[in-house]
Design a protein around this ligand. Structure first.
Ligand SMILES: *Cc1c(COP(=O)(O)O)cnc(C)c1O
Length: 439
């Protein structure tokens, strides 16, 4: 304990020696510690540790939530972002055919058309931006019909009425919370005349209403003569999952997909690239060419477009779907479709690697678990999985390993679900568990 404060410089040197922080940030911690008083050295070091942990860094997701919003949703290998070509520039907006300026959208639009049956497509920063752009470009100053049961809030503050308000479109409330019929939309159209520019359908994603419910089919809605835009949310490209061997996975049951939504009559679909598609964070609008062109020409497009890294990663992910390699090359699809037996075997191998003595003192064992796709996709659906379970709440300790492991606490046990862990990380899981201290 010291009650006379040290100099900022000498304390900062202690912090620099005891952390990975650059000197400027070490000085910041030293200043803060001196201002707070007390045990300056341990305070400065603990401030430094807090700051170090605030840096974005790779973690191991053992939560069993495959698309974990707090962990960046879909994991992607770094090779998706750079073709393994080091620091070379790319032909992002350069047309190698003509030598003139090109469009960053050309290749991904062609791939998306192939994969979903859309005439054309565009990409923005996320799906919230996609919906904002569509209603802003196609319905500003006009009315948009939305079923009361779909006027929802999704995730952190994406609220349909507020998005419409921002876009300059007016919300026309149709039907009731649990039941909306095609005739309700028809009545709204008769009342508002030509002012209804769009019918917006929104997949409620992270909740569902059960029981006495009804929604019209897309076919019924598109027959009303106004373009139907469907925000399907999670980005399943095709309900038949042609990239999966055998039938589509059971946990997808009922999840709307882009191809079928367009085939059933939607003029446009909007979805996230980093939910069930398993790609980088982005939002995609796909469907009728004239409507996509109007969205592309809107001034918001320039403000909402993603950077080059996103296009490179998206292109690689879409190529993996187009060549039916998604279940090996797209990490989310590899994790989601691994056999439960293979996950179980990995969990057994992890427990075996701990050895009898350590494994015994941690109470390590293998148990059946339920993993979930996550990110508000397929609410209620689970994917059978297996995990390593240890006694006590070990979450904080596992989180502070050199490679942080994010586990799940269930009562007085800690569960490490291996379905959301890349098999290549099993050794790191063993290492983290091995370094737990047993009291
Ligand atoms: C997740 C979701 C959004 C928001 O998508 P982001 O890519 O997170 O911006 C919008 N609509 C629906 C239906 C969703 O599920």
């Amino acid at each position: 304990m010291s009650d006379r404060p040290p100099s900022v410089d000498s304390l900062a040197r202690v912090v620099t020696a005891g952390s990975s922080l650059p000197h400027a940030l070490a000085v910041r911690c030293a200043r803060l510690a001196i201002a707070s008083g007390g045990d300056f050295e341990s305070l400065a070091l603990s401030l430094a540790r807090g700051l170090e942990l605030s840096f974005v860094q790779p973690v191991i997701n053992a939560t069993g939530v495959l698309l974990h919003t707090n962990l960046g949703r879909a994991p992607l290998d770094s090779s998706f972002f750079g073709f393994d070509a080091g620091a070379r520039p790319t032909s992002l907006e350069f047309d190698l055919n003509t030598g003139n300026r090109g469009s960053r959208l050309a290749a991904v639009a062609a791939l998306l058309a192939e994969l979903t049956g859309a005439e054309d497509a565009l990409v923005v920063n996320n799906n919230a931006a996609a919906v904002l752009l569509v209603v802003g470009a196609l319905a500003a100053g006009r009315d948009v019909a939305v079923s009361r049961g779909e006027s929802v809030e999704i995730g952190g503050g994406f609220r349909i009425p507020e998005v419409l308000e921002q876009s300059g479109a007016r919300l026309v409330d149709v039907g009731t919370t649990n039941k909306t019929r095609a005739s309700d939309y028809a009545r709204a159209m008769a009342k508002h005349g030509n002012d209804i520019a769009l019918i917006l359908r929104v997949h409620p994603s992270n909740f569902h209403i059960e029981g006495f419910t009804q929604q019209p089919s897309l076919g019924e809605l598109s027959a009303l003569g106004v373009p139907v835009v469907s925000d399907i949310g999670s980005g399943l490209l095709d309900a038949r999952c042609p990239w999966v061997e055998g039938p589509a996975p059971a946990w997808l049951h009922g999840e709307p997909a882009a191809r079928q939504t367009l085939a059933d009559g939607a003029a446009l679909v909007a979805f996230s690239g980093d939910k069930l598609m398993g790609g980088p964070q982005c939002g995609i609008v796909a469907g009728r060419a004239d409507l996509v062109a109007s969205c592309r020409a809107h001034p918001l497009m320039r403000a909402l477009r993603p950077g080059g890294q996103t296009f490179i990663a998206l292109q690689q992910v879409l190529l993996a779907f187009a060549t039916k390699r998604a279940c090996t090359d797209v990490p989310f699809w590899a994790m989601a479709t691994a056999s439960v037996e293979s996950v179980y075997e990995r969990a057994q191998a992890v427990v075996a690697s701990l050895g009898t003595a350590l494994g015994g003192s941690l109470g390590a064992r293998v148990e059946a678990t339920d993993a979930v796709p996550g990110a508000g996709s397929t609410p209620g659906a689970t994917i059978p999985s297996a995990g390593v379970v240890v006694d006590g709440d070990r979450c904080a300790q596992l989180r502070s390993r050199p490679v942080p492991v994010i586990a799940r606490r269930e009562g007085d046990r800690t569960v490490l679900d291996l379905r959301s862990v890349a098999p290549a990380d099993d050794a790191a899981v063993v290492e983290s568990l091995s370094s737990l201290t047993v009291s």
